[in-house]
Design a protein around this ligand. Structure first.
Ligand SMILES: Cc1cc2nc3c(=O)[nH]c(=O)nc-3n(C[C@H](O)[C@H](O)[C@H](O)COP(=O)(O)O)c2cc1C
Length: 600
């Protein structure tokens, strides 16, 4: 990783994302699956195939989902291919990227820093509301198609011959005025009833998927919504926004709460003293501006009653990220948002505190209330089974998926969950929780949450402490070049957008791979730069391919326009691009090249 590379020159000139059409996406699915045994760069060996004997299903606010994990709102739930990748990995609950009325914002770069724990400054969606709707509709259509696509069945189907049900959960922010605005309302209506958008997209379905053009696609994409109370969401508006979503949009609502609810003193003590993060400066001011614990407790009860009286369900989600001072200075902005291991301890502690303040209210072991608790905070393969034992549904993941392996980390998470259940001699999540509750009671705890939090905080915070999380990504002393590198594959797997792909090198080094980037899918978040062991930013150094002539013309720097017939045009006047164009063209024409089947 390189902190001084000119890749940073793109800060302030942040490239917008240009989603890929359904035609290209499906072309890519077919071509990669046939020629390379993978889809969107995820090898079939990393697809989740359900265990015949263990049922991981749960009810998300009354809707069935076949597994209890999925991407948390963030970079993994924004573009259609991200959602497909998460689904192939075994996700069945998708907390979609938060949308908001301010949909033309520029995010400073780099905006993701996963060097040790997790930090980001990615504080908004990067698509317009209309584009977000189209992406979510495309994703839903792709899942409908791929779930029925015969060549894929043996990799993803469960005992009933299907991949099992999934749920798309909307996420909106950040204030009542924005959420009540007609444009946000149109987005929500479009998710409720996507018929018009689906009909428009049917014609984009290419061969060999044409038999699906008339499919009876899912048209009611989502009728649940998670409200993000982050980014300055006025705490006094949470109540009105939730009521608005229930009354006007007929939705079941989850309120995503922030770790600030624990109070500054507790958060600071856990992060700095207990876990030893003396390099984290918790932002005290953010606590005063956010929802306070006592009001939060009242609000949870009030909103649950309000929803129930109107035939709706209500839930909470723990938690969003923690606001801290940006003392690292690797990303721009004064403030950054912490996620990953320390947040796991904070969110679990917050659940324990809320459950103690509201006994019998949450739908968790030892309480048996009716408020569902969704969870996203440092969930990974090692703690998924314990996390779910707390009774939370689902456990969504963001930071862990930004580490090498990316979406390929999901199936091993589910595998270790099924192993834990199998070893406990149980065949469902409900039975797993009952066994863990019995163990908690034997040790004198009233609930699995109390038991888990006691373990988390009494073992010196391991493996959540700073000491356990200091290892930085590997570095080698080599300047990254357009062609040739250590071929570690990290740029492919850590990119949430699947912007990178590789092609076996030509002639001289047939066993090596060349890495290229779809520039339109790259928002220069910085994550590949973090994990690339060489000196340089892969997003800037590797050949940048475009398929949209207008986007190509609007950008600067090295780049190549790939025409529909597969021919390659170098950026006019750019010597580096002109010299490299023949190599790019030959790579794309090689048997395993041309990842979208453009030239076939
Ligand atoms: C890069 C990034 C972008 C995120 N964007 C959103 C968002 O748009 N809406 C939201 O509610 N949470 C967002 N989050 C928070 C995640 O959904 C999640 O709650 C949090 O990161 C904790 O989970 P983790 O520890 O697994 O990362 C984002 C997190 C990251 C790291």
């Amino acid at each position: 990783m390189n902190l001084n590379h000119p890749g940073h020159a793109h800060v302030g000139d942040s490239p917008p994302l240009t989603p890929m059409s359904l035609t290209y996406l499906l072309g890519r699915v077919n071509h990669e699956f046939e020629s390379r045994n993978r889809i969107f760069d995820l090898p079939t060996g990393r697809f989740w195939s359900p265990d015949d004997d263990i049922d991981l299903g749960f009810d998300f606010l009354g809707r069935p989902a076949a597994t209890p994990i999925g991407p948390a709102a963030g970079p993994h739930s924004q573009l259609a291919q991200n959602i497909v990748l998460a689904w192939l990995g075994g996700s069945r609950l998708f907390e979609l990227k938060t949308v908001q009325i301010l949909d033309q914002l520029e995010i400073a770069r780099p905006c993701i820093d996963m060097q040790t724990i997790g930090y980001n400054i990615e504080w908004s969606q990067e698509l317009s509301l209309a584009q977000s709707l189209t992406e979510y509709v495309k994703a839903s259509m792709l899942l409908d198609i791929l779930g029925r696509w015969e060549p894929l069945t043996r990799h993803v189907a469960g005992p009933d011959g299907t991949p099992g049900p999934h749920v798309l959960d909307m996420s909106v922010g950040y204030d009542l005025a924005g959420i009540s605005n007609e444009r946000v309302a149109a987005f929500i209506r479009g998710m409720h009833d996507a018929r018009a958008e689906i009909d428009r997209l049917r014609a984009d379905i290419p061969e060999p998927f044409s038999q699906f053009r008339d499919l009876d696609f899912t048209t009611a994409l989502s009728n649940t919504l998670t409200l993000s109370t982050f980014h300055g969401c006025p705490p006094e508006e949470i109540e009105q926004i939730t009521k608005h979503l229930i009354d006007v949009h007929d939705l079941d609502v989850i309120v995503k709460l922030n770790p600030t609810l624990l109070g500054y003193d507790t958060v600071r003590a856990i992060v700095n003293d207990e876990l030893g993060y003396d390099d984290v400066s918790v932002k005290e001011r953010a606590f005063a501006e956010d929802l306070q614990f006592d009001r939060g407790v009242e609000l949870i009860g009030e909103l649950n009653t309000y929803a129930k009286d109107r035939g709706h369900r209500f839930g909470i989600k723990l938690t969003n990220t923690l606001v801290v001072d940006n003392i690292k200075g690797w990303m721009p902005e004064d403030t950054m948002y912490l996620s990953g291991p320390p947040l796991h301890v904070l969110a679990s502690s917050l659940l324990d505190r809320l459950a103690t303040a509201l006994p019998g209210v949450f739908d968790i072991p030892g309480h048996d209330g009716d408020i569902m608790v969704s969870f996203s905070a440092g969930v990974n393969r090692d703690n998924l089974a314990d996390t779910l034992a707390m009774g939370v549904n689902p456990a969504t993941v963001c930071s862990d998926l930004l580490k090498p392996g990316g979406y390929g980390r999901l199936a091993p998470m589910l595998k270790s969950l099924t192993t834990a259940l199998g070893e406990a001699g149980v065949d469902s999540l409900g039975r797993w929780r009952a066994v863990c509750q019995e163990a908690a009671e034997t040790e004198g705890f009233t609930s699995t949450v109390g038991h888990y939090v006691h373990r988390l905080r009494s073992e010196g915070g391991q493996p959540y402490s700073r000491e356990a999380n200091t290892k930085r990504p590997r570095e080698v002393d080599n300047e990254l070049e357009m062609f040739g590198c250590v071929a570690c594959n990290f740029c492919i797997t850590v990119c949430p957008n699947d912007a990178f792909f590789s092609i076996p090198s030509l002639d001289d080094q047939p066993d090596r791979q060349q890495y290229l980037v779809w520039a339109e899918l790259c928002n220069e978040c910085g994550n590949c730069m973090t994990f690339c062991p060489e000196t340089g930013d892969p997003a800037v150094v590797k050949p940048r391919l475009f398929v949209d002539p207008e986007v190509f013309a609007a950008r600067t720097g090295q780049g190549f326009l790939i025409e529909p017939d597969g021919s390659v045009t170098a950026r006019p006047g750019d010597i580096e691009s002109e010299e490299a164009a023949p190599v790019v063209a030959r790579l794309l024409r090689s048997p395993a090249g041309d990842p979208m089947g453009l030239t076939s």
